[in-house]
Design a protein around this ligand. Structure first.
Ligand code: SAM
Ligand code: SF4
Length: 469
């Protein structure tokens, strides 16, 4: 079956979602504890269980939920945390999303599409900071098609410097493509294709998307299906929180994941949960119709960790440093750091101003500052790209992940990439603290890995790079 069509039926059952939310509105403590007991087995949750936990309104049960999420996160992911940076390639856009500073009617925004040389300059700056994984972000414009995007991705991969290294995984966040367009992106070796539905609630979607091709809800809803049809098996999805009831969005996201599983045998590789931030000339960003409180947000992240234990949870710098610290414990497994949300802003600091960025960044610390804090909190920063480069993606990755593979492969690879970071990019104080962490973590590796890890770490100390298992 092909999903390359504009007349597909959709699969979000709004009535069913509303009725599950209504039926679980007053969570009973006995039922909540049963669900938490099941969640500890890390096999995921169904819609009724997820809705029940999302509607907790009791501090004691919240504390139990948080403790369970921390435990599941620790068991599956350990203390690893994957780092990446967004790279904005263009802010030209002919859509009219009422919440985004890039919307076509914002005539105060200076439009910029990076040339190949400008992309190289941005990548060189990011490489000098130590980044190995980038998320390329694009507005939508007829001139900037899949062929052009594929070329920009190739430019990023080709920007290799003997001194500061190379980008090893390029993920992208761009408008939905046709299957043929996705194939072009797949052919240049993208990692994850990321696209947020923004809201799964059709009436709200229609109000938030006032013009341009993004108005077509169903075309966007089937974007991941088309990406998978084209061979891209790592996809990243998420709602834009604040547009509609977050409980509805999470349950709809689960229906989305289930439909992908039904057709392709695998759900999303990652989930993101951006909250609306103020953005230049974007009314809806200043007055979100359904704002989410911090405690609802934290509960939602903990519930997601339990509902989809093996799916990566991504947190951007939209949130401030304090909130990011809390969410790391509750389930987040990937974060961006040192982000700029205007094309060209890494190499030209004059663009590093809130009035031109896509939205206001809540955490503006540098990568090294973020790493120093992560180390002080006992997290192990990782730039590992081994799975993607060895073809361990999609269904294959999920199967391995469920067999404890993360501890045997991901943890050693995190140590190797962190050692590279300390040698090549870290400040003196971060290097010193990081070395101690590596020593401790290497000693604690599973026995069957200890020797291998020690010898690889030594090879990196001796100048070799890009070692992985
Ligand atoms: N143009 C593509 C699209 O819309 O899918 C990709 C780029 S768009 C800049 C990436 C994401 O930014 C959107 O999917 C949306 O979720 C998010 N975004 C837009 N405006 C935002 C705001 N004011 N605050 C937080 N996130 C926002
Ligand atoms: Fe354009 Fe994406 Fe912003 Fe909408 S969210 S205006 S499509 S860049």
């Amino acid at each position: 079956m092909s999903f390359d069509s504009r007349s597909l039926p959709g699969f979000i059952d709004e009535e069913k979602i509303e009725s599950v939310i209504a039926a679980t509105a007053k969570p009973d403590a006995v039922r909540v504890r049963e669900i938490l007991a099941k969640a500890r087995e890390a096999k995921g949750l169904d819609a009724e269980e997820t809705a029940t936990l999302l509607q907790l309104d009791n501090e004691e049960l919240d504390a139990e939920l948080f403790a369970t999420a921390k435990k599941v996160k620790q068991t599956i992911y350990g203390n690893r945390l994957v780092l990446f940076a967004p790279l904005y390639i263009t802010n030209e856009c002919y859509n009219r999303c009422a919440y985004c500073g890039f919307n076509a009617t914002n005539s105060d925004l200076k439009r910029r599409t990076l040339s190949e040389d400008e992309i190289r300059a941005e990548v060189e700056v990011l490489e000098r900071l130590g980044h190995k994984r980038l998320l390329l972000v694009y507005g939508e414009h007829p001139r900037l098609d899949a062929d052009w995007m594929a070329r920009t991705i190739q430019v990023v991969y080709d920007t290799v410097s003997e001194k500061s290294g190379e980008i090893r995984r390029v993920n992208i966040n761009c408008a939905p493509q046709t299957v043929d367009g996705f194939r072009k992106l797949h052919d240049v070796g993208i990692g994850t294709y990321q696209c947020f539905q923004e809201t799964y609630h059709k009436a709200t979607y229609d109000k938030a998307h006032l013009g341009g091709p993004k108005k077509d809800y169903l075309w966007r809803l089937y974007a991941m299906h088309r990406a998978m049809e084209a061979g891209i098996d790592d996809v990243g999805m998420g709602p834009l929180l604040g547009l509609y009831d977050y409980r509805f969005e999470i349950l709809a996201l689960m229906q989305h994941a289930a439909d992908l599983e039904k057709h392709f045998g695998v759900g999303p590789h990652t989930i993101s949960f951006p909250r609306l931030e103020p953005a230049l000339n974007a009314d809806m960003a200043f007055n979100p119709p359904h704002p989410l409180t911090d405690s609802q947000f934290k509960r939602m992240v903990a519930v997601l960790r339990l509902a989809v234990p093996y799916t990566g949870l991504i947190l951007s710098t939209r949130e401030n440093a304090a909130m990011r610290r809390e969410l790391l414990e509750l389930g987040v497994s990937q974060i961006s750091a040192g982000s700029r949300t205007y094309p060209g802003a890494y190499s030209d600091p004059s663009y590093d101003r809130p009035d031109v960025q896509q939205f206001c960044v809540g955490d503006s610390r540098s990568l090294d500052e973020v790493i120093a804090e992560l180390v002080s909190l006992g997290y192990l920063p990782s730039w590992c790209t081994a799975c993607y480069r060895l073809g361990r993606t999609g269904e294959h990755f999920m199967e391995l992940a469920k067999k404890g593979f993360i501890q045997e492969f991901c943890h050693p690879n995190a140590l190797l990439t962190f050692n590279e970071y300390l040698h090549d990019y870290a400040s003196e104080s971060t290097r010193e603290a990081g070395r101690k962490l590596i020593e401790k973590e290497a000693a604690g590796c599973p026995e069957n890995r200890r020797e291998l890890v020690a010898s690889r770490l030594q090879r990196i100390d001796g100048g070799e790079r890009d070692l992985y298992i």
